[in-house]
Design a protein around this ligand. Structure first.
Ligand SMILES: Cc1cc2nc3c(=O)[nH]c(=O)nc-3n(C[C@H](O)[C@H](O)[C@H](O)COP(=O)(O)OP(=O)(O)OC[C@H]3O[C@@H](n4cnc5c(N)ncnc54)[C@H](O)[C@@H]3O)c2cc1C
Length: 436
């Protein structure tokens, strides 16, 4: 039971930093080279790159800077993609999958380089990630996956047998694990705040509390471009970059129809005694389990257990957040009975964006640039796609294997952007976990 302890419905990470204020004041500029929609990792990384290349950039964000998933996530900077490598090879063939995997590794370096170059104080640490197997057959598959990843992508994962697992995690419920030493951890709110400062330092203007309401083709003095209408007036942009992820709305209807918003929730405990924290996660890994309906968890830099999962399927509301806290606490105690008396200090939720094929997608749709579809695997990939699409817009030909892959809409095209089927999707995922 959570007892009388006061649990705050608040994002813990935001208590560790202050988001920068908008540097765009008053009315919007009349004309810009690029209007970026959304001030998260994707939009800010793009804005930083574009401004460094000399473009006049306005980032337009409907809430505060970093308000979306970018300040709310688990801070796991992960290699790989949401889908497993065998599935990827079956979908895209070996050559493109090799390039995708290489891009996922490059995305790690991209984050590290930005953190270093911009001196962002966000506790970035290459502590590695640990995937833990909830079933024997999931574990049996680890050796096969590690073999494919070594052979096809020249990247080493280490399979950890059940009897060795206590060196990695203080839980007895798993059948073994797999470690990737290249993955990292960070404080996402500090990271997105630093990215925003870096974009501003490079010359972008960032306008918070400015909602884009519509975007229309509009040529100006013979030049093709866009009229971007917002709650603060309109501006004309030569190009538009959409980085609205799980919060994509009706201002970009074509993109909205291709994305399913899914709620994910996180609790954090009180600060734990050092010995207990070490017992729970001796190597400070970023940990997630092998289910579709998965749990992900880690220690925070100040030694709280941060425990997340898709506890409820609808995007966050006060009700789903509170319900999720209790569901997640029970999940956490199943993994770590040692935490049955630990107090829960914070709970919050955020929205993930899933494409119908669970892949990241980037490029151009209806003439606008975009990068979306990170499926809970977006800290590194969003930063990377923001940079790569910005390079493309600046006239380079950057390597980006996610551009040009098919971007499927809903089966039969029936989806209108309102996720009426999510309760069924939730039940379906649970069913898959039960049978697979
Ligand atoms: C609870 C949770 C845990 C997660 N954990 C991890 C993790 O541990 N590791 C990992 O790799 N990934 C994780 N993710 C995913 C990761 O956080 C996202 O993929 C990433 O932050 C996406 O960044 P973004 O910039 O594309 O979108 P966001 O950060 O969501 O930003 C989009 C912004 O667009 C704005 N916007 C939307 N519409 C408009 C409009 N019309 N006008 C103006 N602005 C608009 C929104 O207000 C929002 O701020 C998690 C996500 C959640 C929700």
């Amino acid at each position: 039971m959570m007892g009388k302890h006061l649990m705050m419905e608040q994002n813990y990470w935001l208590t560790t930093t202050e988001m920068p204020a908008s540097n765009g004041q008053g009315s919007l500029p009349e004309v810009v080279d690029v209007a970026v929609i959304g001030a998260g990792f994707t939009g800010l990384s793009a804005a930083r790159t574009l401004a460094k290349r000399g473009a006049k950039v306005a980032v337009v964000e409907s809430e505060a800077i970093g308000w979306g998933a970018s300040s709310r996530n688990g801070g796991m900077v992960l290699t790989g993609m949401k889908l497993g490598v065998n599935k990827l090879i079956s979908m895209y063939g070996r050559e493109r999958t090799q390039r995708m995997y290489a891009a996922s590794l490059a995305s790690m370096d991209c984050v590290e380089q930005i953190v270093r170059e911009e001196a962002i104080d966000c506790d970035f640490i290459r502590c590695g990630h640990l995937e833990v197997a909830c079933k024997q057959k999931h574990f049996d598959d680890y050796a096969r996956q590690a073999e494919v990843i070594a052979r096809e992508f020249n990247h080493t994962l280490r399979v950890v047998q059940k009897h060795e697992l206590s060196s990695e995690i203080g839980s007895r419920i798993y059948y073994g694990g797999m470690v990737d030493e290249v993955s990292a951890g960070a404080n996402p709110a500090r990271y997105v705040a630093g990215l925003a400062r870096a974009a501003m330092k490079a010359g972008s203007e960032v306008f918070g509390r400015t909602r884009v309401e519509s975007i229309q083709c509009d040529s100006r003095q013979g030049t093709a471009g866009w009229k971007v209408s917002t709650s603060r007036g309109s501006l004309w942009a030569h190009d538009v970059f959409v980085g609205t992820s799980g919060y994509t709305g009706k201002a970009t209807p074509a993109l909205q129809k291709k994305l399913i918003p899914i709620g994910s929730f996180i609790i954090t405990t009180e600060v734990l005694p050092e010995a207990l924290a070490r017992e729970l996660s001796p190597r400070n890994r970023m940990i997630y389990d092998s289910k579709n309906y998965l749990y992900y968890y880690r220690l925070t830099p100040d030694r709280r257990m941060l425990f997340g999962g898709r506890a409820a399927f609808f995007p966050e509301t006060d009700q789903t957040v509170r319900k999720s806290a209790e569901i997640l606490r029970r999940g956490m105690i199943e993994v770590y009975p040692q935490l049955s008396d630990a107090k829960i200090d914070y709970v919050w939720g955020g929205t993930l964006d899933f494409a119908f094929d669970i892949m990241p997608h980037a490029g151009q749709l209806d003439g606008m640039y975009y990068a979306v579809g990170y499926a809970g695997h977006g800290v590194a990939m969003a930063t990377y796609q923001g940079q790569k699409i910005a390079e493309l817009m600046a006239g380079d030909k950057p390597e980006n294997p996610f551009v040009g892959i098919p971007f499927p809409g809903a089966p039969l095209g029936l989806y209108n952007g309102k996720p009426w089927f999510l309760p069924f999707a939730g039940a379906w995922y649970k069913f898959l976990d039960w049978v697979s």
